[in-house]
Design a protein around this ligand. Structure first.
Ligand SMILES: C[S@@+](CC[C@H](N)C(=O)[O-])C[C@H]1O[C@@H](n2cnc3c(N)ncnc32)[C@H](O)[C@@H]1O
Ligand code: SF4
Length: 387
């Protein structure tokens, strides 16, 4: 008798929308401004990729989707008629009955009630609003045109449609002062939001910010200043009911992001769209990053759609588990990590752990290890010591 193969479950989907009104100087995401003429072609390509994937993989995966994440770029700019069309493609290719979380990243400027109403009707149930800091002058200098009043207006109307609201902040933007940062935190904890992400400003290679720093037009904060800002943030958010569950993420009880947790726990996910990455449990794939080539690949049924594909070695998997696990408050299971190590390597790892614990860089609670506050600030050093 032929044995029936048990299909793996695909539960998480990422969809990339690579268009923005403006390009912020610090941004390294694949996104373009002034590309309106490509919007329809890109949407068609996205739909084609989804259909092709579902068709080609129905014998490999059971599509029981639990989370969908619309990231960008600025997916809040997705024209509503096209977004409706995309949802009908999703619905006809995947089982969405068990969907728990559908997030859309929102740039607060130019969102109106019509967007909120349509998103809600389509099944979107979580908004991630990019606020960064409540100071339009700081943002303007980084080419982010975001009047504070637009943010306040949006926050006023969003709760009529959504309960699960998240806000993104960036810590360390040039021009930030203690009072400006505290003012932002004090205001946002009063909003009816459930989740806050606080990212450290990263200066990515070859971004306009990178060159401004290189030419000394912009000076960044030093590490000690960032530590003070971060400590203040963690304490303040905790006092106001937001539990930290990962280095950059804070949530009211029950509102941790299911989608992000799937990434950190190395669950399979499928990415659709330009530059989107996917993981099938063994291999990582990254879609084509060139807009015209991406559109062409989808029209030609996939040919050379991936610009990158790799299977992680055991060492790389160990490193990845370490990096993703140490950042989460639930930590990583020490015994599980030891499974990757043999002989001398295992002894060295255990000795380094003892040393890191003595230096208060990691906690070891009942075999679960995770970074302390000091460890978070010295994350790279901790990881380097451990590998
Ligand atoms: C793709 S963007 C979100 C949506 C929208 N494009 C926006 O900017 O409002 C995701 C988030 O990444 C964060 N981010 C972007 N560039 C960053 C950088 N260089 N360093 C730290 N955080 C960054 C911001 O907090 C931003 O809200
Ligand atoms: S709006 Fe968001 S995606 Fe667009 S350039 Fe700014 S940070 Fe990048």
């Amino acid at each position: 008798m032929r044995q029936k193969l048990r299909l793996k479950k695909l539960k998480h989907i990422y969809i990339h929308w690579p268009f923005c009104k403006n390009k912020c100087l610090y941004c390294d995401f694949i996104s373009f401004k002034n590309h309106e003429e490509f919007v329809k072609d890109y949407h068609d390509a996205l739909c084609k990729q989804i259909k092709l994937f579902a068709e080609n993989n129905k014998d490999k995966w059971k599509f029981e989707i639990e989370t969908i994440f619309f990231g960008g770029g600025t997916p809040s700019l997705y024209p509503l008629d096209l977004l409706k069309d995309l949802f009908s493609v999703l619905n006809s290719n995947f089982n969405l009955e068990d969907v728990k979380e559908v997030t859309i990243e929102v740039n607060p400027v130019s969102v109106i009630k019509e967007h909120l109403k349509t998103w809600k009707n389509l099944g979107i149930n979580r908004l991630s609003i990019g606020v960064q800091i409540l100071d339009e002058i700081i943002l303007q200098k980084l080419n982010r045109i975001q009047p504070d009043q637009d943010v306040f207006n949006l926050v006023k109307i969003v709760p009529d449609y959504f309960e699960n609201i998240s806000v993104d902040l960036i810590l360390g933007l040039p021009g930030t002062t203690l009072s400006k940062w505290s003012n932002t935190l004090k205001k946002i904890v009063l909003w009816p939001i459930k989740h806050i992400s606080v990212y450290f400003l990263t200066t990515y290679d070859k971004t306009p910010l990178f060159y401004k720093v290189k030419n000394k037009d912009i000076t960044l904060f030093d590490e000690n200043d960032l530590i003070s800002f971060y400590e203040l943030t963690v304490d303040f958010l905790k006092d106001n009911g937001f539990e930290q569950y990962e280095i950059s993420n804070f949530a009211k009880p029950g509102f941790e992001s299911i989608h992000n947790k799937a990434y950190w726990d190395r669950k399979p996910y499928q990415g659709f769209g330009l530059s989107a990455s996917s993981f099938d449990g063994k291999f990582r794939f990254v879609n084509e990053k060139n807009l015209l080539r991406f559109i062409k690949c989808c029209n030609q049924k996939y040919e050379k759609l991936y610009c990158y594909q790799e299977k992680l070695s055991k060492d790389e998997e160990f490193l990845e588990r370490l990096m993703l696990g140490l950042r989460q408050k639930k930590g990583i299971d020490l015994h599980r990590m030891l499974y990757f190590l043999k002989g001398e390597k295992k002894n060295k790892f255990l000795n380094v752990l003892i040393d890191l614990e003595k230096r208060s860089l990691i906690h070891n609670r009942g075999g679960k290890i995770y970074l302390t506050l000091k460890g978070i600030m010295l994350e790279n050093e901790v990881i380097l010591k451990l590998i």
